[in-house]
Design a protein around this ligand. Structure first.
Ligand code: HEM
Length: 181
């Protein structure tokens, strides 16, 4: 296994960036949903600050992933996939990248528009302007983004069960199974 990708598998670099982003994003969605429903107080402020810190980390990681994608080779498309499904897979991927960009920009705009800084320690939930357009956009896009994530995970699991080892290409190999070149 090398850091760069081969014709049939993602390299360690792409795998690490993918799973790190997945972990952070999967943590951010429930944190976001819970924090906006809490009463004002230390717990809410702490979760807002944590959410902003993770959000900035995801945004940075996404830029690194895009740069890595530009220099790394792309493995061949998954075999046994009809053209429409490959196109759908690509479209969901692009929309997920776009979703992170819109969430990061709207999150930052919401804080700056409320005269707060974007360092996590400067975030005070009670000071966020409730009527800002970026706030409504962030809330709406986070729901669409979550639905896309379900489609992405569902598609990967369905391929894994019915067609082939897509998770293996991303480093989740069953013990004892062969490693593709
Ligand atoms: C992948 C990236 C992100 C995801 C998946 C995400 C997800 C969410 C979710 C699910 C909510 C709750 C929305 C609601 O139910 O109304 C939320 C709220 C919020 N997010 Fe994010 N977010 C991301 C990035 C960011 C970034 C980068 C920032 C700021 C720099 C940020 C700042 C906020 C703030 C301040 C709120 C609270 C809005 C309010 O008080 O209504 N988020 N986010």
């Amino acid at each position: 296994m090398t850091w760069t990708s081969s014709e049939h598998s993602y390299g360690r670099g792409a795998q690490l960036l993918h799973w790190l982003a997945a972990l952070l994003i999967l943590a951010m969605i429930p944190i976001g949903l819970v924090m906006v429903r809490l009463d004002p107080g230390d717990a809410q402020t702490g979760l807002y600050r944590f959410h902003v810190a993770l959000g900035l980390a995801v945004a940075t990681l996404t830029l690194v992933r895009i740069a890595w994608r530009l220099v790394d080779r792309r493995p061949a498309p998954l075999p046994n996939m009809p053209r429409w499904r490959l196109r759908l897979f690509e479209a969901v991927h692009i929309l997920l990248y776009g979703g992170v960009a819109v969430l990061a920009i709207s999150g930052i705009a919401m804080l700056l528009g409320s005269d707060l800084g974007i360092t996590p320690a400067s975030v005070d939930p009670t000071e966020i302007d409730r009527d800002l357009a970026p706030r409504s956009a962030h809330s709406a896009v986070s729901k669409i983004f979550s639905a896309l994530l379900v489609a992405h995970v569902g598609g990967a699991i369905s391929y894994q069960i019915t067609k082939g080892d897509t998770l293996g290409r991303m480093g989740l190999r069953r013990p004892g199974s062969a490693h593709p070149a």
